[in-house]
Design a binder for this molecule. Structure first.
Ligand code: ATP
Length: 512
């Protein structure tokens, strides 16, 4: 995958052209960092959600799902710490009037230094060949040692300053490093300020009785406040998990990366309740399990990496991100956090209700510890879309644009194409659709020459094309064409469904 702006632009325009994503209220020039999912996008999004849900809920006997409301009692957000501490440090450039997140400016700067070290390592790999020992090289090559140390120093200092809410030092660090506005090069910065990310709204009609509410900034709290309801009604025993997918809202300071950072987005979260003292074991388990889930989609092991947090949130005793190689570099895709008993204890305190589990094996009650896995559905969508979009040069020198989506996630699984619009071929194609649509989302297409239809389906990400021609009338066979290899095969109409199942079965994908 090309690691550059052009590739990113291509992804954005392809998403619109092929009915994946539109800007929200586009006829009014859109709304910043808010997007609509189009006819193909809604299917891809649903399929990613389904892939996650099945692996979490159906594949774990001790995990159940819920769907809690977006609006919650406002005290929830007092207890969770969001009212007081859900802030991002923002900084404005006085010349360009552009607003940035101070921590992101610093992280990007540190990443550039890290990439310098990576470049040296890559060069050395080529130079030394088989005998190359990366660990030793990183420990002894002066330049690499310095780059890595500098990267660490910056991130540690930032982590410490943010942890101590020492915003003056965050500003000082930006000045010391000479960080400039990425768009204009200006170094004329304001001070760093905190900005709360929650959207406020009101419940009730009259001004006096209206209650101040927030749109939830994460789905997790809906799980915590229902912890005991689920435990009791489901007779759950620790360890167990509660999963949920749904909308979350954040008034992000900067939102310039398409659906990577949205103001209205969807999360897929799972909170796993464990015995106190066992949380780090489960934290490791979930780190590994979640990475395996990502790898099962076959989007390249080299495109994922863990990033262990220097600065831990107020509720966590261990935290890591799974980062993905987006067209604009490695960025957080999913977070795995050991949240201790912070949330449940806080809700006990603010509600005055006990949120404890009686452990029959230990014969004692306790507030469970929690390990959370939290992934942005839209971010996952972007990862899948940007990784799948490829320009392939064919043998005859022509270029085909193909969206190599993991077949299990593809919006449309097959297009059924009559070779010509006559001789009874459309009717046969329709019959095939009538049968396949019980199991798959399939479409009919009769417009243009068949070669062009293939290309259109390649670009839309459809894994199979099924072509009905004159031979079909004679022997009941069709041509099945595979998107990725462009190979074609003649099979019986009755075999189509089985053939597709070989490629599109949750069992095959999830057990990878
Ligand atoms: P970031 O550092 O990128 O702001 P975060 O650490 O605040 O993310 P979490 O609070 O851990 O994110 O949320 C869990 C997941 O939700 C993230 O890994 C990401 O995939 C997704 N997510 C968070 N904020 C957004 C957003 N504004 N738009 C889209 N997805 C988001």
């Amino acid at each position: 995958m090309a690691n550059n702006e052009d590739q990113f632009k291509k992804v954005v325009s392809h998403a619109k052209e092929y009915g994946y994503i539109f800007a929200s209220s586009e006829i009014y020039d859109g709304l910043s960092a808010v997007y609509d999912y189009a006819q193909n996008g809604v299917e891809l999004k649903k399929n990613i959600r389904e892939y996650w849900w099945r692996s979490m809920v159906y594949m774990h006997q001790n995990i159940v799902g819920i769907d809690s409301a977006i609006l919650m009692h406002p005290t929830t957000w007092k207890a969770s710490g969001h009212v007081d501490a859900f802030n991002d440090p923002l900084i404005d450039n006085k010349d360009s009037k552009k607003r940035y997140r101070a921590d992101v400016l610093i992280e990007d700067y540190a990443e550039k230094i890290y990439q310098k070290a990576q470049k040296e390592i890559e060069k050395a790999k080529v130079r030394f060949g088989e005998s190359f020992d990366e660990e030793q090289y990183c420990a002894t090559n002066e330049r690499v040692v310095n780059y890595l140390a500098e990267n660490r120093r910056i991130l540690e200092r930032m982590g410490k300053s943010l942890g101590n809410e020492d915003l003056a030092d965050v500003k000082a660090l930006i000045d010391e490093l000479g960080i400039a506005d990425p768009e204009t090069g200006s170094k004329n910065w304001t001070e760093v300020r905190q900005f709360n990310l929650m959207f406020g709204t009101k419940l009730g009609a009259s001004a006096e009785s209206a209650m101040d509410l927030y749109l939830r900034p994460e789905t997790a709290q809906g799980i915590f406040v229902n912890f005991l309801n689920v435990q009791k009604s489901g007779r759950m025993k620790i360890p167990f998990g509660i999963a949920q997918t749904g909308k979350a809202f954040r008034n992000e300071i900067v939102a310039r990366q398409f659906i990577f950072r949205m103001r209205e987005f969807e999360q897929m979260e799972m909170q796993f309740f464990v015995r106190p003292g066992e949380e780090l074991k489960w934290y490791e388990y979930w780190k590994e399990t979640r990475l395996k889930w990502h790898l099962s989609l076959g989007m390249g092991e080299e495109n994922y990496r863990f990033h262990d947090h220097e600065k831990l949130a107020h509720y966590a005793n261990a935290a890591a991100d799974i980062e993905f190689n987006f067209p604009f570099g490695f960025k957080e895709l999913e977070g795995i956090h050991s949240r201790t008993d912070f949330d449940l204890k806080a809700h006990e305190k603010f509600s005055g209700k006990k949120l404890q589990f009686f452990d029959p094996e230990l014969n004692e009650s306790y507030v469970p510890y929690v390990v959370e896995t939290s992934i942005g559905l839209d971010r996952m969508f972007l990862a899948v879309l940007s990784n799948s979009l490829q320009d392939e040069t064919l043998e005859d020198g022509s270029v085909r644009t193909v969206l190599k989506l993991p077949a299990i996630l593809a919006p449309v699984k097959a297009a059924v194409l009559p070779l010509v619009k006559k001789d009874g071929l459309p009717e046969i194609a329709q019959k095939i659709i009538d049968e396949l649509q019980w199991d798959y989302n399939v479409i009919y297409d009769e417009k243009d020459a068949v070669g062009r239809r293939y290309r259109r389906q390649d670009a839309a990400g459809t894994p199979f094309c099924i072509t009905v021609d004159h031979q079909t009338i004679e022997d009941n066979t069709v041509t099945i064409r595979y998107r990725d290899t462009m190979e074609q095969e003649r099979i019986k109409i009755e075999e189509i469904s089985e053939k597709m199942k070989e490629t599109i079965s949750y069992k095959n994908w999830l057990s990878e």
